[in-house]
Write a protein that binds this ligand. Sequence first.
Ligand code: 5GP
Ligand code: ZN
Length: 112
Amino acid sequence: MTDCLFCSISAGDIPADIVLRTPDYVAFHDINPQAPVHILVIPVEHHQSIAALGAANPELAGGLVAVTEQVAREAGLTDYRLVFNTGADAGQSVFHAHGHVLGGRDLNWPPG
Ligand code: 5GP
Ligand code: ZN
C-alpha cells in the first residue's frame, strides 16, 4: 500500500532503526518509546490490523508472534509485554498490523 507508513518503512522508503528483517517480517524501534525497549514487529504484507491478518493469513500471524519472541530475546529481554492495539478506540494509530514488544522496566500495572 503506497500511503501506508509501515509499508513505506518496510520498503525502505522511510528510514527506521531496523533490528531484524526476514523475507516476511520487519522489526524496528518505535519512534516514541514507552519503555527502555520498544520495538515494533510487522509483516511485510499489508493487513490493517492483527485481527485482519489473523483472519486472512493465520500462518503469517503465528509467525509474527514467533518473530516477536526472537526480537525480545535478542534485545536481552526475558520478561516483556506484547501488545496489539486493534482499532482506533483501542489506541491503534497506524493501520498496518504490528506488535509492540515492550520491556526493560517494571511493567506491572497498576504500579506498586
Ligand atoms: P499503534 O498506536 O498503532 O498501536 O502504534 C503505532 C506506533 O508507531 C506508535 O507507538 C508510534 O510511536 C509508532 N510510530 C509512528 N510513526 C512512526 C515512525 O515514523 N517511525 C517509527 N519507528 N515508529 C513510528
Ligand atoms: Zn501497510
